[in-house]
Design a protein. Structure first.
Length: 87
């Protein structure tokens, strides 16, 4: 795929020099660098997973979207408080 990116002049000069030393084109060196960065920090979807506590109800039925949002907001607030530690 072709794309256009802006690279600072000095960084491009360093990349061009490194590519030449390795016998590569600059685009190949950039692709190699992207592969390294992506392999080092894979996307972790588990950090976005939300687990809700189960509550028994005397009146079982559907849960409104607003109730789900409130529960999620409370859970995020609880997590923020836990990560903030003692004041």
């Amino acid at each position: 795929m072709r794309t256009t990116i802006d690279i600072p002049d000095e960084l491009y000069r360093q990349a061009k020099s490194q590519a030449t030393l390795k016998g590569l084109q600059v685009c190949d060196l950039i692709a190699e660098g992207l592969r390294c960065v992506l392999a080092a920090s894979p996307i972790d979807d588990s950090s976005r997973r939300v687990e809700f506590p189960l509550h028994r109800s005397d009146r079982p039925g559907t849960v409104s979207p607003e109730a789900v949002r409130r529960a999620e907001d409370q859970m995020l607030l609880d997590e923020d408080t836990k990560h903030a530690g003692p004041v």
